[in-house]
Design a protein around this ligand. Structure first.
Ligand SMILES: NC(=O)c1ccc[n+]([C@@H]2O[C@H](COP(=O)([O-])OP(=O)(O)OC[C@H]3O[C@@H](n4cnc5c(N)ncnc54)[C@H](OP(=O)(O)O)[C@@H]3O)[C@@H](O)[C@H]2O)c1
Length: 248
């Protein structure tokens, strides 16, 4: 995929993976707009990168998504790429009662908000000559870690939605790709100093390399083998299954 000449809205652009992707795409001359809740931090990041813009966004709030999408489309009518990087992770115990606030927050932000954000732009994207939706899922969507079970379930749901959306858009100019990070050193659940996690700069370097290729599933080399052991070619299987089912 060409990594230049796009107008890109990045949710979760105030921190970690979303921010680093924003800086990489900005450095390649793309028009980048970052979204997130911390408006003053977004402003600082945009100011440090002349030409970068920001739009405040709470992806857990449908009104905020609608307002951000309206502003994005009005101010940047050429927007043709969405990177859904906003996400949260909280510890839980699936062997006990799940805290309802944590459950609804994680499902609301990681899954419902991501689908809503995508829905707000999808018709616009279909009218573009070239567009792309990049969902940031997680290796934990493929292999659950019990102590963050709800987080893993939201990412498994996002992975399933991604497969289905890619199939639905197969005859359009809208490309659907899934960035599937392993454990990366970011603020997510205080993983920044965890030596078991991949350094952010190495992850981003390898991810930009993979994005320049054509694979729909964007996985850094260290995680590719693990993903292949866990699953088969789900993209081909999804296409074959949906073709066989036809219209229901
Ligand atoms: N780090 C890892 O090990 C890892 C592994 C696999 C997948 N991922 C995924 O990668 C993505 C980025 O996470 P990260 O590791 O970079 O963590 P991070 O540094 O904590 O960044 C999370 C981002 O999400 C934004 N966000 C959270 N809640 C939001 C809301 N309600 N509305 C709008 N934005 C919201 C935050 O911005 P504000 O606080 O300003 O709103 C922040 O920019 C997430 O989807 C995460 O699940 C991370």
């Amino acid at each position: 995929m060409r990594l230049t000449g796009h107008t890109i809205f990045i949710t979760g652009g105030s921190s970690g993976i979303g921010r680093a992707l924003a800086e990489q795409f900005h450095a390649r001359g793309n028009q980048v707009i970052i979204g997130g809740r911390r408006a003053s931090l977004l402003a600082d990041i945009a100011n440090a990168h002349p030409g970068m813009a920001f739009i405040p966004l709470d992806i857990g709030d449908p009104d905020s998504i609608a307002a951000a999408a309206a502003r994005l489309l009005a101010d940047f009518p050429k927007v043709n790429m969405l990177i859904n990087a906003a996400g949260i992770q909280q510890v839980d115990d699936p062997g006990s009662a799940i805290d309802d606030a944590a459950l609804t927050a994680m499902v609301g932000i990681n899954f419902i908000g991501t689908v809503r954000m995508t829905s707000a732009l999808i018709e616009h994207f279909k009218r573009q000559d070239e567009a792309a939706i990049l969902h940031v899922s997680s290796m934990l969507g493929y292999l659950p870690l019990s102590q963050v079970s709800i987080y893993c379930a939201t990412k498994a749901a996002l992975h399933s939605f991604t497969l289905a959306q890619r199939y639905a858009l197969r005859d359009t100019h809208v490309r659907v790709r899934e960035i599937i990070p392993p454990y990366v050193q970011t603020d997510l659940l205080n993983g920044k100093a965890d030596e078991r996690a991949m350094p952010l700069d190495r992850f981003i370097h390898d991810t930009m390399d993979a994005l320049a290729g054509e694979a729909d599933e964007v996985i850094v080399p260290g995680a590719q083998e693990r993903r292949n052991r866990l699953r088969g070619d789900e993209i081909a299987m999804t296409a074959a299954f949906n073709d066989m089912m036809g219209t229901i």
